[in-house]
Design a protein around this ligand. Structure first.
Ligand SMILES: *[C@@H]1O[C@H](CO)[C@@H](O)[C@H](O)[C@H]1NC(C)=O
Ligand SMILES: [Ca+2]
Ligand SMILES: [Ca+2]
Ligand SMILES: [Ca+2]
Length: 129
């Protein structure tokens, strides 16, 4: 019984630590923000464009849905909804027309860079259930 409980705790612990959790967020932020720990507009765009598998400068809905799922981002069943939220200039692709709008939503104090707190707060809000 005791060992069963330990196994249950171990499994639960694994699920909590899965991609999409805070560990994953930290790695992601650091990878794109670089040494200054701030996301500038070009770094923010680079993050969204990493979904652009065919490199045509547009993230299609299919690229977004499959990328979101493959990378273990939160709530993949909601990816189509997130795509709609992110498509600020409604043309059914995510591209350089959208990124400045999304950037402004994340850059809450409007100082031209997204810090880790702004990133985490908005990431959790926009990509929740
Ligand atoms: C990318 O999307 C824009 C619409 O914002 C469209 O005009 C353009 O043709 C698309 N580019 C490609 C390569 O599909
Ligand atoms: Ca930076
Ligand atoms: Ca594309
Ligand atoms: Ca768009």
């Amino acid at each position: 019984m005791r060992s069963l409980a330990i196994i249950a705790v171990a499994i639960f612990g694994c699920v909590v630590a899965q991609p999409g959790g805070q560990q994953n967020f930290n790695n992601l932020f650091q990878r794109y923000a670089g040494n200054d720990n701030l996301l500038q507009p070009n770094e923010f765009a680079r993050f969204w464009l990493h979904f652009d598998d065919d490199g045509d400068g547009n993230v299609s809905k299919q690229e977004f849905d499959s990328g979101w799922r493959q990378e273990g981002f939160p709530h993949p069943q909601n990816a189509p909804l997130y795509f709609l939220e992110l498509d600020a200039v409604h043309d059914e692709v995510l591209n350089s027309l959208d990124f400045p709008h999304i950037f402004n939503l994340f850059d809450e104090d409007g100082n031209g860079a997204i810090n880790e707190r702004e990133a985490r707060y908005n990431w959790n809000a926009y990509f929740s259930d």
